[in-house]
Design a protein. Structure first.
Length: 335
């Protein structure tokens, strides 16, 4: 049932893109005049602003923050969640793939933790339904933190501050589910409202400039919006990487991580299928894609145009799209 829903969603989005392109096939960049933009209050936009008044238990947020930054969660006390999800660098570690305990090299690029609470599933292949479920992976992964929940709970139980904090927030104190709940609550607090594009969506037509508005029009008219929409500008569906051309055949060196959703379902239709990443703060999260193969946003846009849209984007089109994407950078509440 779920797979049928997403297949139907992809088909509907694809049809929408085709219809849009047909309606606008004669509209070149020269016709994307700033004077053609109506007030955002009159537009029904496919992207929505991030809400700034998310209500979370502040005690759990602060406890989760401590756990998120605590190296004692790793087997050898060398890594914390923040090691791979550095908030100062966009919630990523800026590596093609992360380093685990004993210098182990991971198999896939770490996605940003910013706005991760809005994702419909977690991990590139969507194998975790929730942030709480996702935490099992890095804690127990032999190439990541290499720990066990028995080890983690024992260490935290030896720390008086954690015993006190957990006791105040949870009736049963330090338990696996409570640790996961606190970390996930903190991660849900890491939304980034207040981007210039959000201000534009809320009615401030001066929040983004004319070229950024043109970039948004290109983003919509060329079909990027079919997969990148909603509050996170993505993060709410699966899609094949290489819709219009075979990315993996041309790149070569196919690894197990490249199989994407297929590793979860075993369904051949899910080969090379990944969760569509959200594009909030995308200017901060290089390198790009699950394989971390692209180091600049300009190159990422070019790759997406070629393999997902079947377009060879001009330098001008890439520049406009990048200008728009940079308006999606927001602020954490503790910035």
């Amino acid at each position: 049932m779920i797979r049928s829903y997403f297949i139907a969603l992809i088909v509907i989005c694809s049809i929408g893109v085709i219809l849009w392109q047909q309606l606008h096939k004669d509209e070149g960049l020269a016709r994307l005049s700033p004077t053609a933009f109506a007030s955002t209050k009159e537009m029904n936009e496919p992207i929505q602003p991030i809400e700034s008044d998310v209500r979370l238990d502040e005690g759990k947020v602060q406890l989760g923050k401590s756990l998120f930054n605590d190296r004692r969660l790793s087997h050898d006390n060398s890594l914390s969640c923040a090691s791979c999800h550095n908030l100062r660098t966009g919630g990523v570690d800026s590596r093609p793939s992360s380093l685990g305990i004993n210098g182990a090299v991971g198999s896939i690029n770490s996605p940003t933790v910013l706005n991760s609470g809005a994702n419909f599933k977690q991990f590139w292949d969507g194998r975790a339904e929730t942030l709480e479920d996702q935490i099992d992976g890095p804690i127990q992964g032999p190439k990541e933190m290499g720990s066990t929940w028995i080890e983690v709970t024992a260490r935290l139980s030896e720390a008086p501050d954690y015993v006190s904090s957990f006791g105040a927030l949870y009736r049963d104190g330090i338990q696996v589910n409570n640790i996961k709940d606190a970390i996930a609550t903190y991660e849900r607090s890491l939304s980034t409202p207040g981007s210039r594009f959000d201000l534009y969506l809320r009615g401030d037509s001066t929040a983004i400039n004319d070229e950024e508005k043109q970039g948004y029009q290109v983003f919509k008219s060329y079909g990027c919006i079919s997969c990148h929409q909603g509050r996170s500008v993505g993060g709410n569906m699966f899609q094949t990487f290489g819709v219009m051309a075979d990315y993996f055949a041309e790149r070569g060196r196919i690894t197990r991580a490249d199989l994407g959703r297929f590793n979860v379902t075993g369904d051949e239709r899910d080969r090379y299928v990944f969760k569509v990443p959200g594009l909030r703060n995308v200017e901060l999260t290089a390198p790009y894609f699950h394989d971390g193969s692209v180091s600049t946003l300009e190159n990422a846009v070019e790759v997406m145009g070629r393999y997902q849209l079947g377009r060879h984007l001009s330098a001008r089109e890439i520049d406009l799209l990048v200008k728009f994407l940079k308006t999606l950078t927001g602020k954490r509440r503790d910035d």
